[in-house]
Design a protein around this ligand. Structure first.
Ligand code: MTE
Ligand code: MOS
Length: 769
């Protein structure tokens, strides 16, 4: 297949790409603004909106009393109000909505709103929530083998606690929606949502109108990363409520600071573990307890936690494993999906176990990891009973160890460290095994609509959304390939709930797997109709030999008889012929992932259609005096199958890795004791910049293990590379460890901010006997 650029890339670099905020139809729309709670948990004793309502340019100010439908926006568990009703449960929770002629007028009005709160005391951390018994749901428990017995019999044991921090999505386009009222009492919503159907449902339920009166359209999203899987519904509903009360179009875009304060983040985790292993470092038992900070409402926390459970062992065979998992309710905004969806937190803890084991046995950490990889028949069963097939871990390992010259560089690093007191280097290899499929089974479905026009051009609509991951380009290639056409005669139209209904969010890395298959289902239907009609046409015009429908092929812009190549039509001639013959040139497609199942009461099943694997080696330089880190080199080898678009996949791998680096190193959300996010701005919240990208960045793709059951033999690539960045954290830990000559174990916090590195070095020094 011909690689094409994502259609938006030229528009992005020339600044011509139209985002919701740029839509001309949004000109003269009213500005929506949210008044949100300044206290983390309180009863609302009284409020006064009069002054704000009378301010210049203000068109409406509404509270929960003005919601015509249900005051409820929780996607799965219905525990999240659209607007606070009597009580606020986190700082940033929406209480009132303002529509005004200008953003300035809306801001001025927001200042005039007065509310009297009675504070009820906030629970902010997992430990607090544990003490107060505030579990969001039951504790889930998955077990294989006999953990207690195996731990008791293990010659070596470690135990500990591992914490990971929150991460802000920091999509470049903040949450936004534009709502336009229609003459039939319905609404057209232009939204930056990963989940058009859920957005449509939320708006319909809030307004108390049928779903057919709400159309949600998504042309492109300026980054979602999971942050717009559920929480893009909120601005859509807010804009729609304001549109409903004013009768006008309303645009509601969260300004950056509001976005950071209001929206949920990657869940912070507190993980407790015990592990048993033999003298070679071979694991016999692992017991982990996963605890996540869910925030005040459920959102996707239970699904995120479930994916943590499925990835708690990462790439390692653990014969006896127990995983217990609980999400805890706190007075923070509901935490949400974020690239990796709970897997990164659990994997970080497991990798720390592996790193510590290597430290105890004195083995090289990469070697020690390899020893425990899933491998042959006796060592390929996950704790939940799915067999790990198409396993490429060993192959990727040997190739990457060779190409990165891991062992040679390890020796050079040791030499460097022995010669330098204030600069220390570290290196680490970490693997990733990631399961592909939504673990909420019914979501594994997709729909598509393919139209062929009489000039031979093709329009595709599907349920997936484009957020920069290149889905539209891949869909274009798949469609063009199905009809033997160049990609430029195929257009992927904006995603719309009116074209393809009842879709799943674009998430779980399965956008191209699911929507690609749905598109192929539609193109196959069209191809069948075309083949029959074209064969018939050939047989009426050529009397000598019979053309069979099965022999009609689509290639190089022609529809032709493989056996009689002189019998052919251009694709456009074919399209006109079909119209004359009164045959439909439009078809819907549908796909559901087969063969996956899971039993939550037994915690057993095969929830994933397949696994993808990857590995990375990172080398860092740490300045012992300042805690400054430079990533000198990262080598990646990612299992992509046969890529539909190699360049897009490499972009996904590198982008995911760098976003993961942010989570492992500089990105850290800090709340004060009242639950106020202190670093709600780019000045204080540090995402990686261009200078933080590995100085020497070598991204390779492993294409040999293609899987024919996945669309075009490709594999999902959106999330797995995120977790490859763990190699950076472990390389930093290795460098910190070098400050004590690798004789004592460092206690490094996650993320490894400059401060955390200095603290860890200091601790090592002070523990010197
Ligand atoms: N890449 C870009 N540029 N922007 C994004 O928002 N989201 C990631 C990943 N890559 C994202 C991205 C996440 S969280 C997921 S689940 C997948 O893309 C979703 O798209 P896909 O299923 O088509 O891979
Ligand atoms: Mo991605 S976190 O599944 O949107």
């Amino acid at each position: 297949m011909k690689n094409i650029y994502p259609e938006s890339s030229e528009l992005h670099v020339t600044g011509k790409a139209v985002f919701v905020d740029d839509l001309q139809i949004g000109d003269n729309a009213l500005s929506g603004l949210v008044y949100h709670s300044p206290v983390a948990h309180a009863e609302i004793l009284s409020y006064d909106l009069e002054a704000a309502k009378n301010a210049d340019g203000v068109k409406a100010i509404i509270s929960c009393k003005d919601i015509p439908g249900k005051n409820q926006i929780g996607a799965i568990v219905h525990d999240e109000p659209i607007l606070a009703d009597g009580v606020v449960q986190c700082i940033g929770q929406a209480v009132f909505l303002i529509a005004a002629e200008t953003p300035e007028a809306a801001h001025a009005a927001r200042q005039l709103i007065t509310v009297e709160y009675k504070e009820l005391g906030a629970v902010l951390t997992i430990e607090d929530a544990m003490r107060k018994n505030m579990a969001l749901d039951r504790t889930r428990k998955m077990e294989c083998g006999n953990v207690e017995k195996s731990l008791a019999e293990s010659p070596n044991r470690i135990e500990g606690t591992f914490r990971t921090g929150a991460q802000e999505h920091w999509y470049l386009e903040t949450q936004i929606s534009l709502c336009v009222p229609c003459d039939d009492g319905g609404y057209k919503v232009y939204s930056a949502t990963q989940n058009p159907t859920e957005t449509q449902i939320s708006v319909a339920e809030a307004l108390g109108i049928p779903q057919m009166k709400v159309e949600v359209e998504v042309r492109r999203i300026g980054g979602g990363f999971g942050g717009k899987e559920t929480q893009a519904c909120h601005p859509a509903v807010w804009a729609a409520l304001l549109s409903h009360s004013t009768g006008q179009k309303v645009k509601l875009r969260l300004e950056r600071q509001d976005d950071q304060i209001i929206t949920g983040k990657r869940h912070p985790y507190l993980i407790k573990y015990r592990a048993g292993f033999d003298d070679k470092g071979m694991l016999s038992a692992v017991d982990v307890e996963l605890n996540s900070n869910a925030g005040y409402a459920t959102d996707l926390s239970l699904a995120v936690l479930e994916r943590s459970m499925f990835h708690a062992e990462n790439a390692y065979f653990v014969p006896n494993m127990r995983i217990r998992a609980t999400a805890w309710r706190t007075n923070l905004p509901p935490n949400v999906a974020f690239r990796g969806f709970g897997a990164p937190q659990a994997m970080a803890a497991m990798e720390n176990i592996m790193d510590r084991i290597a430290g105890k046995t004195g083995k090289d950490a990469a070697e020690s990891r390899r020893l425990n990889f899933y491998s042959d028949d006796n060592r390929n069963l996950t704790p939940y009973g799915q067999t790990v097939t198409h396993n490429t871990l060993q192959m990727i390992y040997s190739r990457l160890i060779g190409s990165s010259e891991y062992f040679k560089r390890r020796r050079e690093i040791d030499r460097f460290n022995s010669q330098n007191e204030f600069l220390k280097k570290g290196i680490a290899l970490t693997p990733v095994k990631f399961g592909i499929s939504f673990t909420t089974l019914f979501l594994n479905q997709a729909g598509a609509l393919v139209n062929i026009y009489t000039d031979g051009s093709v329009l595709v609509n599907h349920g997936g959304t484009e957020m920069g991951q290149g889905l539209y380009a891949k869909i274009r290639q798949i469609t063009a390939d199905a009809f033997g056409l160049p990609p430029d005669v195929v257009k992927v139209s904006a995603t719309s709930t009116s074209c393809v209904p009842n879709t799943s969010p674009t998430a779980a890395s399965s956008g191209s797997d699911l929507n690609g298959q749905a598109v192929l289902n539609a193109t196959e239907k069209l191809a069948k109709r075309i083949q029959a009609a074209v064969a018939d046409e050939f047989n009426t015009t050529h009397k000598d030999a019979v053309s069979k429908a099965d022999n009609i092929i689509f290639a190089n812009g022609f529809v032709a008889d493989r056996k009689h190549p002189e019998r052919k039509f251009t694709f456009a001639e074919m399209a006109r012929l079909m119209r004359l013959r009164q045959i439909s040139l439009s078809a819907t497609g549908f796909y559901r992932t087969p063969d996956i199942f899971y039993d939550r009461s037994e915690e057993k099943g095969s929830p994933f259609f397949y696994y993808v694997f990857g590995m990375s080696v990172s080398e860092v330089l740490v300045d012992v005096l300042t805690g400054q880190v430079t990533v000198l080199r990262s080598d990646i080898l990612q299992d992509t199958g046969k890529p539909i678009n190699k360049d897009i996949d490499i972009g996904q791998i590198e982008g995911g890795f760098v976003q993961g680096m942010g989570w492992c190193t500089s990105e850290n959300c800090v709340w004060n004791s009242k639950g106020k996010l202190l670093n709600a701005s780019p000045a204080t919240y540090k995402i990686p910049g261009a200078a933080d990208i590995p100085a020497d960045f070598r991204t390779g793709i492993f294409t040999e293990a293609s899987d024919s059951k996945v669309v075009k033999g490709s594999k999902a690539v959106g999330e797995p590379p995120f977790m490859l960045a763990l190699s950076v954290w472990f390389a930093i830990k290795d460098a910190v460890s070098a400050t004590a000559g690798h004789k004592r174990e460092p206690d490094l916090q996650f993320p490894a901010t400059n401060d955390a590195i200095l603290v860890a070095i200091d601790k090592l020094r002070n523990s010197r006997s």
